[in-house]
Design a protein around this ligand. Structure first.
Ligand code: GLP
Length: 241
C-alpha cells in the first residue's frame, strides 16, 4: 500500500480531485468506480470547477459507484445515483448512458447480475475510489463479509437504515437495503484509492493499514492489492507512526 498524507483537509480534497482528473486525462475511456459520502463531496466540487475552467473530453468515460441504496426512488440530492449524477457526471458532461449504476427500484438479483455483466463488458475497473466506514466497511460490505463476495444486496446498518427511512414519506414495501460491489469486484480493480479525512477515521485507518488482514475488518483486504493508495489528511493519519 502506498500511503499519502496531505497536511490539511483542503489539500486532501485537491489531491483527491487531481487523481481523478489525471485518470480521465490519461485514459479518456477510463472505467472509474466512485464513492459518495462526506469524504468525497468537496472532491467532486473541485473536479467540476476545473472542468468548467478548462474542459476535457468526457464522452467515453464509464462510471460506476461502489454502492447504492435500494428500494428508494432516484431523488435529486439523495442517495448515490443522484449524488454522482448531480455533482459529478452531469456537470462534467459524461453521457447519462455511461453512468452504469443499478436501478434502485429494480429486482435485486437482476440488478446484481446486470452489474456483473457490465463490469465484464467494460473490461473491469481502471480506478476504484473508496471511502471507509468507522467499522472498516467498504461500500456496504460490513465486518464479516467474505472476501470472496461478489456484487450483492445486503442489509444496511441500523443507523443508516433509520436515517434513510426517516427521510422517506412512507416506508417502502420490503424495506431498504444496500447494493454494493463485493470485495472480489473491488479487489479486481486495476488501481484503488482509499480516501479518508478527519480524526474520527484515525483509528480505523490504523487498523486498515497496520492491522491483521481479516474479514472482521473488510478494508484490511486492501493490503493485498498490488496497486492501492491510501490518501489521508493529517487527522486521519494521526495514529500511523
Ligand atoms: C458509507 C458508504 C460508503 C462511504 C462510506 C464513508 O456507509 N456506504 O460508500 O464511502 O460510508 O462515508 P463518509 O465519507 O461520509 O465517511
Amino acid at each position: 500500500m502506498k500511503i499519502t498524507i496531505m497536511a490539511n483537509e483542503m489539500q486532501f480534497d485537491r489531491a483527491a480531485a487531481m487523481r481523478i482528473i489525471s485518470e480521465m486525462l490519461a485514459k479518456p475511456n477510463s472505467v472509474i468506480s466512485l464513492a459518495t459520502g462526506n469524504t468525497t463531496q468537496n472532491m467532486y466540487k473541485i473536479i467540476t470547477e476545473e472542468y468548467i475552467n478548462a474542459p476535457w473530453d468526457t464522452s467515453e468515460l464509464r462510471v460506476f459507484n461502489v454502492d447504492e441504496v435500494m428500494n428508494v426512488p432516484r431523488t435529486p440530492g439523495k442517495y448515490c445515483y443522484s449524488k454522482i449524477w448531480d455533482s459529478f457526471a452531469k456537470p462534467i458532461g459524461i453521457p447519462e448512458s455511461n453512468v452504469l449504476m443499478p436501478d434502485p427500484l429494480g429486482d435485486w438479483v437482476e440488478e446484481c447480475k446486470k452489474t456483473e455483466l457490465m463490469l465484464k463488458e467494460v473490461g473491469g475497473i481502471d480506478l476504484q475510489i473508496l471511502g471507509i466506514g468507522e467499522n472498516g466497511h467498504i461500500g456496504f460490505n460490513q465486518p464479516g463479509t467474505k472476501f470472496s463476495q461478489k456484487v450483492w444486496v445486503c442489509p444496511l446498518l441500523e443507523e443508516a437504515e433509520t436515517r434513510i427511512l426517516s427521510g422517506l414519506e412512507s416506508k417502502p414495501i420490503g424495506g431498504v437495503a444496500g447494493f454494493t460491489l463485493g470485495i472480489t469486484d473491488i479487489m479486481r480493480a486495476r488501481r484503488i484509492i482509499l480516501m479518508a479525512k478527519g480524526s474520527h477515521k484515525a483509528q480505523i485507518i490504523r487498523q486498515a493499514v497496520l492491522g491483521p488482514i481479516s474479514e472482521d475488518v473488510p478494508v484490511s483486504v486492501l493490503q493485498l492489492h498490488p496497486n492501492c493508495e491510501v490518501l489521508l489528511d493529517a487527522s486521519a493519519a494521526a495514529l500511523l507512526n
